[in-house]
Design a protein around this ligand. Structure first.
Ligand code: NAD
Length: 261
């Protein structure tokens, strides 16, 4: 176990990729701060499940990633409860799709706040403690859309490109102090969110489930296979390992060849 006696904060970890990442870090011995929205029952099930399965402590912060004061409180709570934040995974993210001239201003602001600015707020709060302990792993979940664009996703693409740029700056600032900062950029990941879009798309386009998966969802992904949440989690864990000490300022693609085209 590589993270015994260490603590991790994973934003947006009440479901999807974030929960798998939190579970992967807990399996390596880290105490966990879960964050995100959901029913109190579902959040408690995820939290208690991590404690029972992996023998670590897990707490939930309801901090809203659009609110800098709540983000600062979340990091302060982690440091108070666990005495440290060694691993910070900025994963919370939302999407909205619209032509740029119709893009609702409040959706633009929300995407930039959650998908980009929240990472700035967590990093600026967590870095002083990481520096004082001489160890830190900052891992930002970007997207294939940090490298290439798709139409109608101006806010998401802007935020994810920005996240990669900020990560490089931070990596340079903390280099040589035991802290690394990297992005992971998944293509399409099989999550409940993706799965739930299939019936509507089948109906709207008159396609079979297989056609929706191959011709719509995985159109850009040459392997024609989804990335799994466990595969993303495994890369997060690898970036926390000794072997990854010299990986910093990188943007690791996990996209079935999407951005190789
Ligand atoms: P998801 O919708 O399943 O989970 C998002 C999480 O963020 C949830 O826990 C939700 O409660 C939380 N969240 C949303 N708004 C929040 C807010 N204001 N404050 C705090 N928490 C908030 O999403 P996912 O598919 O697991 O995506 C996770 C990350 O991975 C995102 O950054 C996304 O852009 C990125 N990503 C996803 C895919 C994919 O195919 N699913 C591909 C590439 C990148």
């Amino acid at each position: 176990m590589i993270l015994t006696s260490k603590a991790a904060v994973v934003t947006g970890s009440t479901g999807g990729i974030g929960l798998a990442v939190a579970r992967g870090l807990a399996k390596e011995g880290a105490d966990i701060v879960l964050n995100g929205f959901g029913s109190p029952e579902a959040i408690e099930k995820a939290r208690a499940g991590i404690e029972a399965e992996f023998g670590v402590r897990a707490i939930h912060s309801p901090a809203d990633m659009t609110k800098p004061a709540e983000i600062a409180e979340m990091i302060a709570m982690a440091e108070k409860e666990f005495g440290r934040v060694d691993v910070l995974v900025n994963n919370a993210g939302i999407q909205f799709v619209s032509p740029v001239e119709d893009f609702p201003v409040e959706k633009w602001d929300a995407i930039l706040a959650i998908n980009l600015s929240s990472a700035f707020h967590t990093i600026r709060a967590a870095v002083p403690g990481m520096k004082s302990r001489g160890f830190g792993r900052i891992i930002n979940i970007a997207s294939a859309h940090s490298i290439v664009a798709s139409p109608f996703k101006s806010a998401y693409v802007a935020a994810k490109h920005g996240l990669v740029g900020m990560t490089k700056s931070v990596a340079l600032e903390v280099a040589g102090q035991g802290i690394t900062a990297n992005c992971i950029s998944p293509g399409y990941v099989w999550t409940p969110l993706v799965e739930s879009q299939i019936p509507d798309t089948m109906k709207a386009r008159g396609l079979t489930k297989e056609q929706v998966i191959e011709d719509v969802l995985l159109k850009a992904q040459p392997t024609k296979e989804f990335v799994t949440v466990e595969q993303v989690a495994a890369i997060v864990t690898f970036l926390c390992s000794e072997a990854a000490t010299q990986i910093t300022g990188a943007n690791l693609s996990v996209d079935g060849g999407w951005t190789a085209q």
